[in-house]
Write a protein of this length. Structure first.
Length: 324
């Protein structure tokens, strides 16, 4: 009887600790309460969610308008949210390969935010999935721009670049927001991955995915096979192996699914399992992913959903190709 009572109490405790159905605002307050983020990070992440709401609305209503430059608009919305929150010191955007931007001293905080405001932009005109990718670092005090030097823009630019060029293992938070049939914000602060679906009826993101864990084996591989002629022999052999059943002797062949938006392909892979790859080719010898604004943040997310309890690789080395 005592054992049964204990089990029941444990189940009730677990049920009470679930965050499913809570708002993003309340989730941030809970994370701050338990010491997983500080107040400044809570404000910053809340501002990111606001930027995602605005970009989602723009994608939904402006994608077909010839006079609207949607990628530029998305970049402005994300940048304005980061400047206005007062918690960032340096911002680096993937849009047009712009250099890192120093927030004015009156607004400056001590965090560095890197982002791709509209991933999958070639899908916009067809109303196919797009998304935003972001990562947050602690700023380096030795790389803070010296605003006291009038007109010394070159030194400020150098300080901004030095501050933004962090290794992926230093990320404090990362995630993405997918704009599709639903707007879904996926986020990690280093303690698992949580997903929040935007509910327009209340104007808030609601927790819909709690501590996402990727299946140990999936059924789908995602890669642009239009680049096959430019792949190395090793990559060709690897993809052929997936088609023939994967690495398992008795495995079933993987099915191909490729959307062309990193956010969408990664999101499906995290939930269903499988493989998502953007390999180097003769056309792009170093690959197409930007390390700072795409590969690093996505690697942090992938690290946090891993499902290998007996895997002895430390978390800081997992996905080391990306997070180094």
């Amino acid at each position: 009887m005592v054992v049964r009572a204990s089990s029941t109490n444990t189940a009730k405790a677990k049920a009470k600790s679930s965050v499913l159905g809570t708002t993003f605002t309340n989730w941030l307050l809970n994370e701050e309460k338990h010491g997983r983020i500080d107040a400044d990070m809570a404000v910053l992440l809340s501002s990111i969610s606001v930027a995602c709401k605005k970009i989602s609305a723009a994608v939904r209503t402006d994608y077909y308008k010839q006079d609207v430059d949607l990628p530029k608009r998305a970049n402005e919305l994300f940048k304005d949210a980061m400047v206005g929150c007062g918690r960032t010191g340096v911002i680096a955007s993937a849009a047009n390969d712009q250099p890192p931007f120093a927030v004015e001293e009156s607004f400056a905080g001590n965090r560095v935010v890197v982002f791709d405001p509209l991933d999958g932009v070639t899908n916009v005109d067809a109303a196919v999935c797009t998304g935003s990718i972001f990562g947050v670092y602690q700023g380096k005090s030795e790389c803070v721009p010296d605003w006291s030097k009038d007109g010394n823009n070159e030194s400020i630019d150098q300080a901004c670049v030095a501050n933004a060029c962090n290794p992926g293992k230093n990320l404090q938070a990362a995630g993405y927001c997918m704009y599709s049939s639903s707007t879904i914000l996926m986020l990690t602060v280093g303690d698992g991955v949580f997903g929040f679906t935007y509910d327009p009826s209340v104007g808030e993101f609601i927790n819909s995915h709690e501590r996402v864990t990727i299946p140990k084996r999936g059924k789908i591989y995602s890669i642009n096979e239009g680049n096959r002629d430019g792949w190395s022999v090793g990559v060709k052999n690897w993809v052929d192996a997936l088609k023939n059943g994967g690495p398992d002797a008795n495995g079933k062949p993987y099915s191909a699914r490729y959307i062309g938006s990193l956010v969408a392909d990664v999101h499906r892979t995290l939930l269903y399992g499988g493989v998502c790859a953007q390999t180097a080719s003769s056309q792009n010898p170093e690959g197409r992913l930007r390390l700072l604004t795409e590969a690093g943040p996505m690697a942090f997310v992938a690290e946090q959903v891993r499902n290998f309890p007996n895997h002895h690789i430390p978390s800081t080395d997992y996905c080391s190709v990306w997070r180094t």
